[in-house]
Design a protein around this ligand. Structure first.
Ligand code: SF4
Ligand code: FES
Length: 601
């Protein structure tokens, strides 16, 4: 018993000290999150741990406390799902100013202050909405007792196998166990044995014995993915998460359940046991899968990306992203990645390839094929190159099915950037048949193509006979195979730039992993071609200058904006000028067709 006491006290005392920094970090994140999601218009006054504070109306106590860097531990509550109130970890003490039942007059203390009627039992913060004059104790002896009790219950059947658990390092149970765990177990019975390594779907594996039955995954499937496929079977401590008979968790949002699972029960089959999270360097970026422009976190180690997870943005993607978007990082090291410049099918130095490209189209009737996958800055420079070379511009769209959530029908991240950069004023078709016609007519006799596959876009091989083609792209395709000059470029993970999403929200991103040795960003390649084409050109690849130029025209939609602003957070651009275009996107999460133009008026 004495030993047990010692074991109980030592880790607890030390852990509380060592956990301070970690808790502050957690609070910082929660604080920022709460700030962006609250209604700043109307507020109510509450007393939080003895201090009178103003908080937005309608929020719950977990979010209200987070605004003042006070953490109320919670598992089942997620700010973007309905409230279930089943984990009980967020218990706090709450009271309201007392009034006389008969007269309605305030009941006063001897010193004239209004008496507070404390609710005799603790209440759950996630299901309690702030109200005027409410008193809240987020920390007290009673609250700590509750948290310790809840932790003990949660750990009754939960395996204590943190060293081999995939969630270690980002597990809420592990974190709060160091804050509120007893440090020893009073449970002498055998723990329940539940199914292990259960395949829930093609991308998600479940270790059921770790599940704390918070139901976040079930609510996510019902409320966000609209695929009601998960549920609990059996009762009491035998309750087990399962798919409905004959069903699998296979929708394109299944991996979000892994992100929100507060413990190591749901794991990504792709990432499971491949990497310890504390080795990963996490940097923010923007997903290039479609015009939804999901905010993402890229996790890499020594320059190699290991996973992509969603980053919360309440105006764009909430806390979610598609499973298909998470796989895009695999392209960075795929077998068909272009890594060496080529001139006439032979490897060449980059400088030689760039000057050969210039020579191949110099004095010819050039066609420049832009890409809706290029960044705003790349398109701006490409537009200047087209002016310097008197080239005709071509563009194709990439369209698919709209899923009404975060996979939009426009499968490119920056179609609106092609409009705002001045590269085009027209909505692109899904092919390059116009280029094919112009090649046949002899209107153009040299092609510079950025990341598109001409043969896959309606251009016939015959039309390209004798036409010098320069291919600037990340991956091999039939166009790179036939091109006279191939200059490899960088993926969106390796470069910086700006994408403008379906709601005309400009979002900047920086590189998240180093680029392959010897390669240059497309912006610099275009600038080199520009200076070869026009010796007097003053255009550079300096992003602050590009944005200065973009924002300087009197009616510029970028007025007063800089690239640094776009990097710091989303910028709403006025897209009303293009209201007449038939954008393909349908109503979806945070997107109303043409709503952007209206909202920015
Ligand atoms: S699997 Fe995870 S998210 Fe789902 S109920 Fe269990 S603990 Fe909650
Ligand atoms: S977070 Fe409040 S009950 Fe679970």
């Amino acid at each position: 018993m004495a030993n047990a006491k010692l074991r109980h006290k030592i880790p607890k005392r030390f852990s509380r000290k060592s956990e301070v920094a970690k808790a502050k970090e957690r609070l910082n994140a929660t604080y920022l999150i709460a700030m962006i999601s609250t209604n700043k218009g109307e507020t109510v006054s509450i007393v939080l741990d003895g201090e009178e504070v103003e908080v937005p109306t309608g929020i719950n106590l977990v979010d209200a406390a987070a605004l003042f860097k006070k953490e109320i531990p919670h598992y089942c509550y997620h700010p973007q799902l309905s409230v279930a109130g089943n984990c009980r970890m967020c218990l706090i003490e709450m009271g309201t100013p007392m009034r006389d039942r008969g007269t309605g007059e305030p009941v006063l203390n001897d010193d004239g202050t209004q008496k507070i009627g404390w609710v005799p039992k603790p209440v759950i913060g996630c299901a309690t909405t702030v109200s005027p004059g409410m008193h809240v104790k987020t920390i007290s002896e009673k609250v700590t007792d509750c948290r310790e009790g809840i932790m003990e219950f949660l750990l009754v059947n939960h395996p204590l196998d943190c060293p081999i658990c995939d969630q270690a390092g980002e597990c809420r149970l592990q974190e709060f166990a160091t804050d509120y765990g007893r440090g020893y177990s009073r449970y002498v019975e055998r723990k329940n044995v539940k199914p292990k390594r259960t395949r829930l779907g093609p991308r998600v594996t479940l270790d059921d014995e770790r599940c704390i039955l918070c139901s976040r995954c079930i609510r996510f499937s019902q409320e966000v993915a609209k695929d009601d496929v998960l549920g609990f079977v059996d009762r009491g401590s035998y309750s087990t998460l399962s798919c409905f008979p004959g069903r699998e968790l296979e929708n394109n949002y299944s991996l979000n359940t892994v992100d929100i699972c507060p413990v190591g029960a749901l794991t990504s089959t792709d990432f499971r046991f491949k990497m310890r999270v504390w080795f990963l360097k996490e940097l923010p970026s923007i997903c290039a899968e479609s015009s939804a422009g999901c905010n993402i976190m890229v996790s890499s180690r020594e320059g190699e990306i290991h996973r992509i997870t969603p980053r919360r943005n309440d105006n764009v993607n909430d806390s979610w992203m598609t499973d298909s978007g998470r796989l895009l990082y695999k392209q960075v090291r795929s077998d068909n990645r272009l890594l060496t410049p080529q001139v006439k099918q032979s490897e060449s130095a980059l400088d030689v390839a760039i000057s050969s490209a210039f020579e191949s189209f110099n004095g010819k009737k050039l066609a420049i094929v832009g890409s809706c996958h290029s960044t705003l800055e790349e398109l701006y420079l490409l537009n200047h190159l087209s002016k310097a070379t008197k080239a005709k511009k071509y563009l194709r769209g990439h369209f698919g099915e709209d899923d009404g959530i975060l996979l939009s029908a426009d499968r490119s991240p920056n179609l609106r950037g092609t409009l705002l950069s001045g590269f085009t004023n027209e909505y692109p078709k899904e092919d390059l048949s116009k280029l094919n016609d112009d090649l046949k007519k002899g209107v153009v006799d040299a092609v510079l193509v950025v990341n598109e596959d001409l043969l896959d876009s309606g251009v016939e091989g015959e039309s390209l006979l004798g036409v010098p083609v320069t291919y600037l792209g990340t991956h091999q395709n039939t166009t790179s195979n036939l091109a006279e000059i191939v200059i490899p470029t960088l993926t969106s993970f390796e470069k910086k730039g700006t994408f403008i999403n379906r709601s005309f929200i400009a979002q900047g991103f920086a590189s998240t992993v180093p680029s392959p040795g010897g390669l240059l960003p497309l912006t610099q390649i275009i600038c080199r071609l520009l200076s070869l084409s026009d010796e007097e050109s003053k255009i550079t690849a300096d992003f602050s200058l590009i944005w200065k130029n973009l924002s300087s025209p009197p009616k510029s939609p970028f007025k007063g904006m800089t690239f640094t602003d776009a990097l710091r957070g989303p910028l709403q651009i006025d897209g009303s000028k293009w209201n007449n275009l038939s954008f393909v996107e349908k109503k979806a999460l945070h997107f109303e067709p043409q709503s952007s133009a209206l909202s920015s008026k």
